[in-house]
Design a protein around this ligand. Structure first.
Ligand code: GFB
Length: 311
């Protein structure tokens, strides 16, 4: 990627897109194409086609998506499949039509079968039934991988797919109904400490295990792969280490310095029991993460400790 290349980051205001832009800026790239969803609705095929035909990006990072935590995925099932299919179909096809040099499609570790052996290897894709709470989202993301592969096969497009594990970091979503677990618990512990509340409620049993990657590490890996990887299929991006949700809660509790009690809301779903990915392929390509969960949680706490969230 030449430093004067024109780069379109779809989803540049989200947690992933903004991290990608920070990374590319730090590497000396200056020529960014960005549009808010209000300026360009990526579900609108005609609008996307016109944007690509006019702006002719050299490289595309497809980080725009309808995303959310377990409850949002399970509640807005129609939006999660429709919006994501439309966004990725439009952007990937327009990239092909307009001769984009390389495109990176970002998926999620939830594409793997619910009960696949752990750690999850890239070739476990489509070997069993999916976790029901996020099946619509996972189906859309699997379709995106297959779309990139089909365009590579039929047209020779240099479109690659990466599957990040559960992410956290700057510009995360702190809406307690829609967010993922790490920002949700961070907010709950900070507010409970501030307001001297005796308890903090976490969802589910706390026994599911998850792998967490700081989004700055993700952006670093994406930039690395954009330069060093060009194949069909997918590459996992994670840490190769997971923790139980209860351990995560305890880590955040300690980091925040909250001394109350953790309670469980068992009416909320646990979701998939475990989704630890192997990162052997990524390591083999020459990349490893550098931010530990303890460091990352500390970084997030420093970023948001004074935040006054709307109710
Ligand atoms: O992060 P999370 O919403 O998503 O939930 P998933 C992870 C686990 O944390 C679940 C528990 O077992 C939740 O029940 N949990 C505990 C909480 N307290 C809370 C809380 O206050 N808020 C939230 N949100 N969870 C999503 C998928 O799955 O992960 C998406 O639905 C996507 O498709 C994304 O793949 C990365 O890891 O279960």
């Amino acid at each position: 990627m030449k430093k004067d290349a024109t780069i379109y980051i779809a989803g540049h205001r989200g947690m992933v897109g903004s991290a990608l832009q920070r990374k590319l800026q730090s590497e000396g790239f200056t020529n960014f194409l960005t549009r808010t969803s209000r300026e360009l609705d990526l579900r609108n095929q005609a609008a996307v086609n016109e944007f690509f035909a006019t702006e002719k990006p050299d490289y595309v990072f497809l980080a725009a998506a309808k995303v959310g935590g377990i409850l949002a995925n399970n509640t807005y099932r129609g939006e999660f499949i429709y919006d994501n299919l439309m966004i990725q179909n439009n952007v990937i096809h327009a990239s092909h039509v307009n001769g984009v040099k390389k495109l990176m499609f970002l998926g999620s570790s939830c594409i793997y079968p619910k009960l696949a052996p752990q750690p999850l290897r890239e070739d476990y894709l489509l070997t069993g039934p999916l976790e029901p709470t996020n099946e619509p989202y996972a189906i859309a993301k699997i379709a995106g991988i297959k779309l990139c592969d089909a365009y590579r096969s039929q047209y020779g497009s240099d479109f690659i797919s990466v599957m990040p594990t559960n992410l956290y970091g700057p510009n995360d979503n702190y809406d307690l109904e829609k967010s993922h677990v790490l920002p949700a618990l961070m907010r709950k512990f900070i507010e409970a400490k501030r307001e001297n509340k005796p308890t903090v409620v976490m969802w589910g049993t706390g026994s599911p295990k998850r792998e967490f990657l700081h989004v700055d590490d993700l952006a670093d890996a994406c930039y690395y792969l954009m330069q060093n990887y060009s194949e069909e299929g997918l590459v996992n991006i994670g840490t190769g280490v997971d923790v139980s949700i209860l351990s995560l809660a305890q880590l955040i509790k300690e980091t925040v310095g909250y001394h109350g009690v953790i309670k469980h809301d068992l009416t909320k779903p646990d979701g998939t029991p475990r989704k630890l990915m192997t990162i052997d392929k990524l390591k083999g390509l020459g990349w490893e993460p550098s931010i530990t969960l303890e460091e990352g949680v500390r970084m997030v706490y420093e970023e948001v400790r004074e935040e006054a969230w709307a109710v």
